[in-house]
Design a protein around this ligand. Sequence first.
Ligand code: AMP
Ligand code: GLY
Length: 417
Amino acid sequence: MRILLIGSGAREHALARSLATDPATTALTVAPGNPGTAEIATNVDVDPCDPAAVAALARETGAELVVVGPEAPLVAGVADAVRAAGIPVFGPDAAAARLEGSKAFAKEIMAAANVPTAMARVCRTIDEADDALDSFGAPHVVKDDGLAAGKGVVVTDDRQAAHDHAGSCVNRDRRSSVVVEEYLDGPEISLFCLSDGTHVVPLAPAQDFKRLGDGDAGPNTGGMGAYSPLPWAPEDLVDEVVERVALPTVRELARRGTPFVGLLYCGLALTSRGLRVVEFNARFGDPETQVVLARLESSLATALYAAATGQLDTLPDLRWSDQAAITVVLASAGYPESARRGDVITGVSAADAVDGVHVLHAGTATRDGELVTAGGRVLSVVGTGSDIDGARAAAYAGVAQIGIDGAQFRTDIAAGH
Ligand code: AMP
Ligand code: GLY
């Protein structure tokens, strides 16, 4: 199968790594890719958010499957364009990607499908937002309605900070709104579900560490680390999420004539009052993908193709390794507010050479033969081992090999699991 993969983060490097070693894959092109994917696939410099350009590239490369990594191309209609060209695509049309693109739309779907989630109010003015903040009380949860790469959410006890964030969301333009919601306590879990529009196949659960600093201090980020499996997760968790969350959501979108074909990312909180959806995303999570795929033994290409072609009901059960995987994200100085670029990166090969370690690229570039930083999250160092402590030790031994001036990373990923 000839595959075209869209995106350039560590998630796409992880997808590329699984696809490139998959016997079902005969050729792999990544657009635009990064220096890591260049080593295992053919990078082509095409704007990932240009639907016509991506569809043209899919035709030129003879792609039999297009896999869309990030959310922005989905919301821009890249999957629609590829589908219209008659090529199977793993990734929802823009109408279904609104599940991620608009938090207000996600709330509407969950209400219609009776999916458990935080109580919320969609507010269009600061007065409405203030009213909602007072009625829900602290801790306050304030979410920008639109796409914000995981950075549009403020969770705070500080009433003034909550008011200020709500103000910045509603004042941006006249169409913008802000979601104010009830605080959910309890640990978070990310569960990815493949969907072909009708059927759902869950992958292995993972946990993401969203805050920048150790002990969950500092601002929200796209994700600073992750691990899988989760020994503490209830045994029936995956079945419960499929039955109460994923299937009802997929059915509701199909009922509306906008079937969801791709990856339904269920971000969940195990609260004292039961399971609740924190958020949906319309694509693989980053950095959770790095650990989930490190444990997948079945053919990823076959699974994604089955989803893209409406055949998930015929897919054999997925096989998972008993090994544990953790990933530690190295971010550049200034991330998430304003990531510095151009710092030299050393030690990637030495880290890769550590037993049980592989390094995935995200915001990297080559300049005069040197690897340099080119974005917020720079590298994802993945460690695998027979248990979580072993995987942790490997990942941090890999991190210790890498030098990036001003790099930020957490030292407590999967600690005390
Ligand atoms: P979101 O983009 O909606 O996933 O929010 C980003 C992060 O903010 C989540 O992963 C949670 O850590 C946190 N968060 C979002 N909503 C809530 C909530 N209702 N209660 C507590 N934390 C939340
Ligand atoms: N790691 C969170 C996300 O991908 O949105």
